[in-house]
Design a protein around this ligand. Sequence first.
Ligand code: 5GP
Ligand code: ZN
Length: 135
Amino acid sequence: MPDCIFCKIVKGEIPSFKVYEDADTLAFLDINPIHPGHTLVIPKEHAENIFEISSENWAKVQETVRKVAGAVEKSLGADGVNMLMNNREHAGQIVDHAHVHLIPRFKGDGLNKWPHKEYKKGEATAIAEKITAAL
Ligand code: 5GP
Ligand code: ZN
């Protein structure tokens, strides 16, 4: 994809702080980290999001995610790691090249958790059935 920032990073046309690379995946520091060490893992082959990436490339990304998550936690002395993927604009995706965020977390780091709601009676069953029916 000629205009894709992350494709340009893969090709070396835009500089990045690489932390890991293999034939199919790349991990590099997010330019505006939530915490220092916030890392992005991407497939080298362009795919917009989770809905478009091939099963093979997704499996490879996940292997790299697991490998790099451990290194991020250990090297930074973090107390945990969030892995997050935004898919599509209204889920917060800004760069349209599939990527998984690895965010080191620290005890008492003040990052708020997402709100949690409660289901009304019967609602959970209906929603679970709806999702299952779409598979
Ligand atoms: P999204 O909101 O699409 O899930 O996240 C995109 C991420 O890419 C953001 O956290 C942003 O800081 C990061 N980002 C955007 N442009 C660049 C860039 O040119 N280089 C690097 N290393 N990160 C970028
Ligand atoms: Zn791309």
